[in-house]
Design a protein around this ligand. Structure first.
Ligand code: NAP
Length: 265
């Protein structure tokens, strides 16, 4: 009889590696409890380095697991669903952007489907994932949240909110990198070396975040704490306000959410 594993994974690319790596590192699952279906020899090798079983046979993985994690690109889903037809998978978790729970459930004939939106920092254990798991058993919800918590933080959100989640945290790391890069380039324009500007910018973002997370002050109070009347921060903030910085961020998040909705329809 084929060995049952707790987690089967279809698609062993970047995100799968981050999630499987996090689960093993934090003791959420042992490597022997995981099997991965992955066609590319290069990605398969990187997965094997985590100690998990890797095969090119997706049906073998899907038919021997208690939960199947779908980590392929959305455009590969139809082919995967066709290949897995008729297996009777008990529980599916998908991280595919824009593929609805309903579509997954009907394509795979599985009624227990959770859909998650993780983000890039899962790769360093600081990811943020929102999981739509309402209607599932407590055990399955806890499993899904536990899996993503092993790669950072996880919270539940209704599926209708996943487009907004995509706009804030899914695409969010790119906004942070853009801000950091802009801050560094601005520092260089003021005469700093790249190394100096990078150190100043990285630690400022890190320290600013830690302060915001650890104090009871609101963000507005923290902004006020840095801004003395007639001082330098006020000059910078009024320049940002004139350029409608807040409006630009609002429009960017809305654009990502609209695009996410277009991709799911
Ligand atoms: N990256 C992110 O920040 C992020 C954030 C949120 C959600 N997501 C979602 O996560 C999913 C994976 O993204 P990723 O960045 O990890 O992509 P990726 O690195 O390209 O991983 C996808 C993997 O699936 C493999 N694959 C393709 N067809 C397959 C099949 N039939 N059976 C098994 N494996 C197959 C690919 O192999 P080949 O290379 O040989 O094609 C590749 O190794 C996507 O659906 C994406 O929407 C990603």
């Amino acid at each position: 009889m084929k060995k049952q594993v707790t987690l089967g994974v279809i698609g062993g690319g970047f995100m799968a590696r981050a999630l499987v790596g996090g689960a093993i590192k934090h003791g959420f699952l042992a490597a022997e409890e995981i099997a991965v279906g992955e066609p590319s020899p290069e990605n398969a090798e990187k997965m094997r380095a985590l100690g998990v079983r890797v095969t090119q046979d997706d049906r073998d993985v899907a038919s021997s697991c208690r939960c199947l994690l779908l980590c392929v690109k959305p455009q590969s889903f139809s082919a995967v669903a066709e290949d897995l037809r008729g297996i009777g998978i008990p529980f599916v978790i998908s991280i595919m952007a824009g593929v609805t729970r309903e579509r997954i459930a009907s394509a795979l004939g599985c009624r227990a489907v959770a859909r998650a939106m993780p983000n890039l920092p899962c790769a360093v254990g600081e990811g943020m994932t929102a999981v739509a798991a309402d209607g599932l058993t407590e055990e399955r919800r806890a499993f899904a949240l536990g899996l993503f918590s092993a790669a950072g933080r996880a919270m539940e959100a209704e599926e209708r909110l996943l487009d907004a989640v995509t706009g804030v945290s899914g695409s969010g790391p790119a906004y942070v990198y853009l801000f950091l890069r802009s801050l560094i380039e601005a520092g260089i324009a003021q005469g700093l070396s790249r190394e100096q500007a990078e150190t100043l910018a990285f630690q400022t973002v890190k320290g600013g975040l830690k302060m915001a997370e650890s104090t009871s002050s609101t963000l507005s109070e923290l902004i006020a704490a840095v801004s003395s009347k007639g001082g330098t921060t006020v000059a910078a903030l009024s320049s940002l306000e004139k350029d409608d910085f807040a409006g630009a961020v609002t429009r960017a998040v809305a654009a990502a959410a609209v695009r996410a909705a277009e991709l799911s329809s």
